[in-house]
Design a protein around this ligand. Structure first.
Ligand code: AMP
Ligand code: MG
Length: 328
């Protein structure tokens, strides 16, 4: 396997392109592929050397484990040691979909994928191209988001190319991601679901399907590893502003020069260098968030002001990503 591809090809996710991508994976190479959450950077999950290439390509710390993508419960059985009644309820309700489960790992999953943990994170994506790719390979695919470590997650093939050009052999282009934020991660080893990372599936919906209330990460199940650090950050500074400030047209520091505004509430103040209003509900805001961070960066904005949302439902995932993008 050549260590690093010099040229990255982008191909529309046709059946022929999916077959080609599966062949790249089979040889131990990397492929970026669309999912309903964000684009993933995939490698064979049962191949430690292939999984290590993911960390190198992203510049990702080796203690931040990957998510294993399967096409259903049969393949899941090769990835985990056992399931739990809680996991089975959640899978029945949400798979395929944007829900990742943490369970005890099987002996087939290498340390490179789990960061040496006894657990593994696993998900069955809903995107047709992602499912076709897993099926074509016939094996699970380990994949974190297909961005350089620390940057906003990619929601289009162009975002992936910008970060990983020359670092990945092939990008399957399946258009913009429908959800736009990463999956919710639930530790499903116990009786109650432990929310390790909020996603676009709301905690209320997860609790309802689980038949049990959500537990917060404690000492037994610490928050998901990658969620501790500054993350999701564009090259510009991100400052959070309240809806009331936007309504009043009162955002200190916002000016025509090198500043930007991402918002939902109508704005009648002076126009900054970059402004994007996302009309519609919270799902639309979630879907547009990472692309807007990257677009502001392209406009050479130095400070991007971003409107906050209420910290519940989908808003919980939006605020989780926004707070970390704004961390300095
Ligand atoms: P990404 O797909 O880029 O969001 O990265 C996958 C995320 O899954 C990591 O940042 C971790 O937070 C989480 N993760 C993967 N494996 C585990 C695990 N065994 N336990 C808890 N969280 C995990
Ligand atoms: Mg990521």
């Amino acid at each position: 396997m050549p260590s690093r591809p010099r040229r990255t090809r982008v191909r529309r996710a046709t059946p022929a392109a999916v077959q080609e991508a599966a062949e790249v994976l089979r040889r131990g190479g990397l492929v970026a592929f669309p999912t309903e959450t964000v684009y993933g950077l995939g490698a064979r999950a049962f191949d430690a050397a292939a999984a290590r290439r993911i960390y190198r390509a992203k510049g990702r710390p080796s203690d931040n484990p990957l998510i294993v993508h399967v096409d259903g419960t049969e393949m899941l059985a090769r990835v985990v040691r056992r399931t739990t009644p809680l996991a089975r309820r959640l899978m029945a309700a949400f798979w395929p979909g944007p829900l990742t489960l943490v369970l005890e790992r099987s002996a087939l999953v290498p340390d490179a994928v789990t960061g040496g943990r006894a657990t593994v994170a696993v998900r069955c994506p809903a995107h047709a191209a992602a499912r076709a790719l897993i099926r074509a390979l016939g094996e699970p695919i380990a994949a974190p988001s297909a961005n350089l470590s620390g940057r906003p997650s990619p929601t289009t093939a162009a975002h992936v190319l910008r970060d990983l050009n020359g670092r990945v052999a092939l990008i399957l282009d399946g258009g913009p991601c429908r959800r736009g934020l990463e999956s919710a991660i639930i530790d499903a080893r116990g009786r109650r679901p432990v929310l390790l990372r909020p996603g676009t599936l709301t905690p209320a919906a997860i609790a309802r399907a689980a038949g049990a209330s959500i537990a917060a990460p404690g000492r037994r199940a610490p928050a998901a590893p990658g969620t501790r650090h500054r993350h999701y950050a564009p090259s510009c500074r991100v400052e959070l502003v309240l809806p009331a400030q936007i309504r009043r047209g009162d955002v200190a520091g916002l000016s025509a020069r090198a500043t930007g505004l991402l918002h939902r509430t109508p704005w009648s103040g002076p126009d900054p260098a970059f402004r994007r209003r996302v009309a519609g509900g919270l799902d639309a805001y979630a879907r547009a968030l990472f692309a807007a961070l990257r677009d502001a960066e392209k406009e050479r904005v130095r400070v991007l002001f971003v409107e906050t949302v209420a910290d519940r439902g989908v808003g919980r995932a939006v605020m989780d990503r926004l707070r970390r993008a704004a961390t300095r």
